[in-house]
Ligand binder design. Structure first.
Ligand SMILES: [Zn+2]
Length: 240
């Protein structure tokens, strides 16, 4: 059990420390590091144990597509023997799916990961690209109970509201857009998380400040209020 979360700390709810060279923890930000393939999961676990930080393990749709299904059972068993804070990132990504076979692989893997999360009673971190409605339909139909985070949310206001109705948190990256602004406005602070997805769009988990600033600007709240509440939300979601 991780006990060092200080509530004055910001929580970066989603980053990939296995892709950041020689990352050093600061006392400002608690990063939640996330795997996306078997080899990334192995590195993620090693880093998280060393830094004593929360971690998330799963097989992403991109990995499902690239690496196939042959070892899916083995990878899943491996995750089962760890104690992640959530299963992720998992989901469906039709941006990269070239054909029906790719989609099928993604679906098989996603289902397997949902079964795993249910078996382990763990929340899930969702990667959705061009698939938000479909994923929400699947989760609704399964009556998924253990908590949902829509990572790098890039849907519209209506989709965000529907996700929250299904018990999801909406995670905000520091990228400004009209749509994201509407989403921030429409969703109560109690259902928002902040993340960097570093090193994908910003360099470091410390850049999560920019997400906090974005929300405080849109919602006209002070930085401290947004920082504290989003850290509380992350603490609740990841059970830290
Ligand atoms: Zn990610």
């Amino acid at each position: 059990m991780i006990t060092f979360l200080n509530i004055s700390m910001l929580v970066d709810a989603h980053c990939h420390l296995d892709s950041i060279k020689e990352y050093k923890l600061s006392d400002e930000v608690l990063p939640v590091t996330v795997g996306y393939s078997h080899s990334s999961n192995i590195k993620t676990l090693e880093i998280a144990k060393r830094l004593r930080i929360p971690f998330v393990l799963g097989i992403s749709p991109q990995a499902a597509q690239k690496e196939g299904l042959v070892k899916l059972d083995e990878w899943t068993e491996w995750i089962k023997n760890t104690r992640p804070n959530a299963i992720g990132e998992i989901g469906l990504d039709y941006h990269w799916a070239k054909n029906e076979e790719d989609r099928k692989r993604q679906h098989t893997t996603f289902k397997k990961m949902l079964d795993l999360a249910e078996e382990m009673k763990l929340p899930i971190v969702i990667h959705a690209r061009e698939t938000i409605s479909e994923i929400l339909d699947i989760l609704k139909e399964r009556k998924f109970q253990h908590g949902i985070m829509m990572h790098f949310f890039s849907g519209n206001e209506r989709e965000a509201k529907r996700a929250v109705e299904l018990g999801s948190y909406i995670s905000i990256v520091p990228l400004h857009s009209k749509e994201r602004r509407k989403v921030i406005n429409a969703i109560e602070l109690e259902y928002l998380l902040v993340e960097t997805d570093a090193p994908a769009i910003v360099r470091l988990p410390e850049d999560v400040k920019k997400s906090v600033e974005y929300i405080s600007e849109v919602k006209e709240l002070d930085f401290g209020t947004v920082a504290t509440q989003t850290a509380k939300n992350a603490k609740k979601f990841f059970r830290i």
